[in-house]
Design a binder for this molecule. Structure first.
Ligand code: TXE
Length: 523
């Protein structure tokens, strides 16, 4: 008997099912979910999580969910619509009075329990994340799932220290600020870091006393589904968190437009962010938009060279380059340009693209066929714009059960103008460009030339220069001599077309609460 985690509804699979040849594929001894999902045609049907129950979509329609590593459908997700969103919102509204009046200590304990259960289920969640997204299991184990637990842990404790302010007016009056939970929060998240970004919104929202109607990406719904089960185990009261699976234009749009959901927290593409703002603005909803990026990675000649190379490998290709914080435009001071290029190419040659379940794979599959085609189209565009492919540039065709997967070589391109489309538009894949520069003014002009302003990386051992450049970059986050070093207390987000508002620390609580100033006249 093979027992799968609770999230698969206590799925007990006898060897007969697994041996069922009608399921297609050649079964081997199942040693973990990865083998199972690769070789079986058992179609896991995930469910919405509404009012504390795992239930089917009202219309009982489903969408195929693909495993990017194999290019095959491996599960089905609800094709929900506004009726399911209405049901979820009703459940959230019903739960809100009690949840918002539950003490912070009790809320904190439940969130800590969820964090603990995520940690206990690290292996299962990491494998599920990898199967859904295509990323290496090792990456999900090291980054995605631990961070999801940290998100709950962080906000479970932060809420105990979240205070408001008071302003005394000498002998006239005393002011104090109340910060109350808003009600039902709409949380919509993307496919690149599914559980990591899903929990980054949900944890502060419910810690602050709100109830939530959430929609994960329809491309990577699995870990949000598994989280539902963990929330039930943790004793999260029914209706506090409701997860409605389905398409963005149906479920996401219904959440955005629902009159009883007064605020929307969104992470995803800039185009979708604009669409959400178009609907939410005339309804005067609070919105937090974490959108795309086209981040500069600036390497000065006085950098710690080997560290710059090593970290740039990660900031270029981690998660197959599908992180909004990746440094996809690498600007190198002219005097070290050739040296950097040669060393960087040498390192990129050692990267292995392969089966995400294989610990020796550095890159797994990109998230979908559509996204692979989008990335390949940008590589072709780069050639048309005069770029030279120094390494990579092709789809990788693996053997056997991975032959239909979506794999792309890590790709480095040089010889492009700083303001060509390849250097201005978000590709969101394992593709970086190299551009030389001579002066600070020149590189700042290049770096700040895009419509985005999310993050930036600067490599220099000159402290004065580091502070100067950081202050002049159009970015919400600047890393000096490092990348993706994250303190969850810090404001997280970007400017220009990279979004509106900030997440992280007390910024998140300020978003998920409504401030009210009370002024009392002194006798
Ligand atoms: O994002 P979408 P996608 C960038 C990246 C990527 C592009 C599109 O360049 O190629 O965005 O990616 C839901 N109303 N980033 O397609 O469409 C959708 O179902 C309400 C950067 O994943 O923005 C999903 O749950 N919701 C980003 C979520 O929005 C809607 C990470 C994100 O989907 C909707 C991911 C609508 N009309 C992609 N349409 C980052 N900043 O990290 C879709 N959705």
């Amino acid at each position: 008997m093979i027992r799968f985690c609770q999230g698969f509804q206590n799925l007990q699979l006898t060897s007969e099912i697994l041996a069922n040849k009608e399921g297609g594929g050649n079964y081997r001894t199942i040693d973990n979910y990865t083998q199972f999902w690769l070789y079986s045609n058992y179609m896991q049907k995930i469910k919405n999580y509404i009012n504390g129950q795992l239930i089917e979509p009202i219309d009982k329609l489903y969408i195929d969910n693909y495993n990017p590593a194999t290019g095959k459908v491996y599960s089905l997700i609800p094709d929900s619509d506004e009726k399911d969103v209405a049901m979820a919102t009703e459940a959230a509204l019903a739960a809100f009075p009690q949840w918002s009046n539950t003490s912070k200590e009790v809320r904190s304990r439940i969130l800590l329990k969820i964090a603990e259960l995520i940690e206990q289920n690290l292996e299962r969640l990491a494998i599920a994340e990898s199967i859904d997204n295509g990323k290496p299991v090792a990456l999900a184990k090291m980054i995605d799932i631990p961070r999801a637990a940290s998100n709950f842990h962080f906000y479970a404790t932060a809420i105990l220290h979240y205070a408001s302010e008071s302003h005394a007016m000498e002998d006239t009056a005393i002011n104090y600020t109340l910060r109350s939970p808003v009600g039902v929060a709409g949380c919509i998240s993307p496919w690149n870091l599914p559980l990591y970004l899903f929990t980054w919104k949900i944890a502060p929202a419910i810690a602050a006393g709100n109830c939530v109607v959430a929609k994960p990406s329809e491309i990577t719904p699995m870990t949000a589904y598994l989280l539902s089960e963990l929330c039930m185990q943790a004793g999260l009261p029914k209706g506090v968190l409701n997860i409605v699976h389905g398409y963005g234009h149906k479920v996401g749009a219904a959440i955005t437009a629902h009159p009883n959901i007064p605020l929307i927290s969104f992470t995803g593409g800039t185009k979708t962010g604009a669409e959400i703002a178009r609907i939410a603005a005339p309804m005067f909803k609070k919105i937090s938009l974490e959108l795309g990026g086209k981040n500069p990675n600036i390497v000065f000649s006085d950098c710690d060279f080997e560290n710059a190379i090593k970290t740039t490998l990660h900031s270029s290709f981690a998660n197959q380059g599908q992180i909004c914080l990746c440094g996809s435009r690498i600007f190198i001071e002219k005097s070290i340009y050739e040296k950097f290029k040669i060393r960087f190419i040498e390192k990129v040659k050692t990267l292995k693209v392969g089966n995400p379940a294989d610990n020796s794979s550095n890159l797994g599959a990109v998230v979908s066929k559509e996204h692979m085609d989008k990335i390949l189209s940008y590589i072709n565009l780069a050639k048309e714009e005069g770029g030279e492919i120094l390494i990579g540039g092709n789809q990788v065709n693996l053997e056997g059960e991975f032959a239909l997967g979506y794999y792309i070589e890590p790709t480095i391109i040089e010889g492009l103008a700083y303001n060509c489309r390849t250097n201005q538009e978000e590709i969101f894949g394992p593709v970086v460009t190299l551009t030389p520069f001579e002066t600070e003014e020149e590189v700042l002009k290049y770096a700040n030339s895009t419509q985005y302003g999310l993050s930036a990386i600067v490599w220099t051992e000159n402290l004065t220069r580091a502070h100067r450049i950081a202050g002049l970059l159009h970015a919400g986050i600047v890393w000096i001599n490092c990348w993706l070093v994250r303190d969850l207390r810090t404001p997280f987000g970007g400017m220009k077309n990279s979004g509106v508002g900030r997440e992280g620390g007390f910024e998140a609580f300020n978003f998920f609460t409504e401030p009210k100033n009370v002024c009392i006249k002194l006798k």
